[in-house]
Design a protein around this ligand. Structure first.
Ligand code: 5GP
Length: 190
């Protein structure tokens, strides 16, 4: 590793900058802290791996404004290594604890077809959560058609494959601090 980062050269266009992400997370945290002001037992459920960075920043932002929150992670698989949705949801890592009577906020990186999320919402409700809402950093146009109830949205983006800030292509680019679209040449390398 030399000077600078390795990934800027692979990015054709920046979709959301680091500063935009930061500001949006502060806004979302304010809104959610206000909505949950009277609630105890708030549990953030992050969806791995894509939401790890959003969860870290969002939990810190919310923690400064709200009462105590707990954090859990689930891992589900719907995409594998391809850039298209298979619609198949598999639990790779389940919740470690009981969520009965907790106010759950699902922390999602991106909602595309909404298949992952609608499945997850049913699952969490079946585990007797007191309430379940969703905060998603990004939403693609198809998600609006499917009508998944995402109460808190960061950014509506166009229908293209993005990487960065937790989102990968073939397990790379997750560490990027911003969100962007890859150059076409990157796809022909793999
Ligand atoms: P959905 O079930 O809503 O179609 O897909 C949700 C999951 O697919 C997301 O949590 C994310 O892991 C993956 N995904 C959807 N769109 C993109 C994208 O543009 N880039 C990346 N890297 N992953 C995506």
């Amino acid at each position: 590793m030399g000077e600078g980062n390795w990934y800027d050269a692979d990015i054709e266009r920046v979709v959301v900058t680091e500063e935009q992400i930061h500001n949006k997370i502060q806004d979302l945290a304010k809104q959610i802290a206000a909505d949950y002001v009277r609630m105890e037992s708030v549990l953030l459920v992050g969806v791995l791996k894509g939401a790890f960075m959003f969860m870290a920043d969002f939990a810190r932002a919310l923690g400064r404004l709200a009462g105590a929150v707990e954090v859990e992670f689930m891992a589900v698989s719907s995409y594998g290594q391809r850039a298209t949705s298979s619609g198949v949801v598999r639990i790779l890592k389940d919740l470690d604890r009981d969520i009965a009577n907790k106010h759950v906020i699902v922390v999602e990186d991106i909602v595309d077809s909404g298949l992952t999320l609608s499945w997850l919402l049913k699952y969490l409700e079946s585990r007797s959560a007191a309430s379940v809402e969703v905060v998603a950093l990004l939403r693609k146009p198809d998600a609006i058609k499917v009508n998944v109830p995402v109460k808190y949205i960061g950014f509506d983006i166009s229908n293209e494959f993005v990487v960065g800030y937790g989102l990968d292509f073939a397990e790379r680019y997750r560490e990027m601090p911003y969100i962007g679209v890859l150059r076409p040449s990157v796809y022909s390398r793999v």
